[in-house]
Write a protein that binds this ligand. Structure first.
Ligand code: SF4
Length: 321
């Protein structure tokens, strides 16, 4: 079925905030396109009455947290994130309450549940994104003896290593090392993004031998980031492509974005095919249905009031960076 999405947006006073990992059919209707940090910030400047987030659920929650006076929607509430689901809150509370001393700052990647963000805010911690993780970790280590970074071990490790923290000061939590955590500067939760796992060092070396430079997302493994020529958030990768038309680039991140870059820029190729099935849950049919049913609760984001205040604390601290 064909829909006039632009007409529906206009009639309902709606704006679309679209993540880079969305498909072309959604991207072409975006009012704003960006990574999670950009979408969070830009959402506060939109005049539209209804904000529709095309991305995954935690992103829509963040937009709602920062726009309390607006109605925020997601075209599929089941569009979750595998990394978010790797952090049972009870386990985090156990580590925080029983194994870490007071001179520890908790830093939580924005790819996390509302409950976890609230826990972080309540304990004077900070939320971060892949764009600002390095700066926030650097600030944390200047002001605290150690940081507890979760859920993405790779973003935490890559950022810490880039700041010159040696491996010997970094620990990945497991069931058997909890008593030793306070001996380290950087404590990592064992979460990861499966979409950024398939890259191979051999393939990177092979491309580099052909004069192709490689850029990956920092959710990739340490050896991949090390072997690559560049690493950064999705916005960084998009800018890198746009600003370097004479450099042959292979990009390693989610495939909807990479394939769009390959179509639009002849100097770009894909490092590896890897789709996020949760991002792909947002379709044109669901988007149209959202716009046609703004008065129902089906797509509307609601926030647990008891968690809201603390979650906003952690987010606001991040926005100051
Ligand atoms: Fe989560 Fe990875 Fe999908 Fe992003 S790409 S939503 S981190 S599973």
């Amino acid at each position: 079925m064909s829909y006039d999405i632009e007409k529906l947006k206009k009639e309902t006073d709606s704006a679309l905030l679209v993540h880079h990992y969305q498909s072309d059919e959604i991207v072409k209707h975006a009012d704003i396109i960006g990574d999670s940090l950009y979408l969070a910030k830009a959402s506060q400047k939109l005049a539209a009455k209804h904000l529709i987030l095309c991305g995954v659920y935690f992103m829509a929650e963040v937009v709602k947290l920062l726009n309390n006076d607006k109605k925020v929607y997601i075209p599929d509430k089941d569009a979750g994130c595998q990394m978010v689901d790797m952090v049972p809150i009870k386990n985090v509370q156990n580590v925080w309450n029983n194994y870490l001393d007071k001179d520890t700052l908790i830093i939580c990647y924005i790819n996390s549940s509302l409950e976890l963000k609230s826990f972080v805010g309540k304990n004077n911690g900070v939320i971060c994104t892949s764009s600002n993780a390095r700066d926030i970790i650097s600030w944390g280590l200047t002001n605290f003896k150690r940081i507890f970074f979760l859920p993405d071990q790779h973003l935490g490790r890559n950022s810490a290593l880039s700041l010159g923290i040696p491996h010997s000061n970094i620990i990945l939590i497991n069931d058997y090392n909890l008593d030793k955590l306070n001996d380290y500067q950087v404590i990592l939760w064992p979460g990861f993004c499966p979409i950024h796992m398939p890259y191979q060092v051999d393939k990177i070396r092979e491309l580099q031998k052909q004069g192709i430079r490689v850029a990956v997302h920092p959710e990739s493994k340490e050896e991949i980031v090390k072997a690559s020529d560049f690493n950064g958030s999705t916005s960084y990768l998009v800018d890198l492509v746009k600003n370097n038309p004479d450099t042959k680039l292979a990009i390693g991140t989610e495939s909807h974005l990479v394939e769009r870059l390959v179509r639009n820029y002849s100097h770009v190729q894909s490092l590896e095919t890897s789709y996020c099935f949760n991002m792909a849950k947002i379709t044109l049919d669901k988007l149209a249905d959202t716009l046609l049913n703004l008065e129902s609760d089906k797509y509307l984001i609601s926030i647990d009031e008891s968690l809201k205040g603390d979650a906003i604390l952690g987010l606001n601290l991040m926005l100051k960076f």
